[in-house]
Write a protein that binds this ligand. Structure first.
Ligand code: FES
Ligand code: FES
Length: 159
């Protein structure tokens, strides 16, 4: 099969790779670059587990072909924080028990990062709306909403 050369910046690092035209961005990130923090659930754009930032906007990486990322900038959950220096969202998810199996968590985090940047003091309603495209089978969402509010407080005191 014909391959295409793509140049894409992922988490600040520029990669040049040969990819097949039908390779999904989610598979490119996980299999070609080894960034397995991006999870794949439905592969149909329904669950939100594969959410990444594409030029700063949250997008489902299972709905994008790797070739479409040519010339663009992608940010995955690996760039959010480290165990030693977590992002306020990660700290808040841990403190508020906003995850159980954790499969959905990277998608929630990457959806919520830009949301909190534009909604520093969100209402419950705004949070529910922001996460309405992310599915979680474990938590019942209430702890996630509490975590988002805590993260907003943490971000306000740190800025
Ligand atoms: S794996 Fe992409 S939305 Fe479910
Ligand atoms: S924590 Fe298990 S699916 Fe959300």
């Amino acid at each position: 099969m014909t391959t295409h050369t793509i140049k894409v910046k992922v988490n600040g690092v520029e990669y040049v790779r040969e990819v097949e035209p039908r390779l999904l961005l989610s598979d490119f990130l996980r299999h070609d670059l080894g960034l397995t923090g991006t999870h794949v659930g439905c592969e149909h754009g329904i669950c939100g587990a594969c959410t990444i930032l594409f030029d700063g906007e949250p997008m489902r990486s299972c709905l994008i072909f790797a070739v479409q990322a040519n010339g663009h900038e992608v940010t995955t959950v690996e760039a959010l924080g480290t165990p030693e220096k977590m992002h306020p969202l990660q700290e808040a998810f841990q403190e508020k028990h906003a995850l159980q199996c954790g499969y959905c968590t990277p998608g929630f985090l990457m959806t919520l990062k830009p949301f909190l940047e534009t909604h520093p003091n969100p209402t419950d309603e705004e949070i529910r709306e922001a996460i309405d495209g992310n599915l979680c089978r474990c938590t019942g969402y209430e702890h996630i909403i509490e975590a988002v509010k805590l993260a907003a407080q943490k971000m306000a005191t740190r800025s």
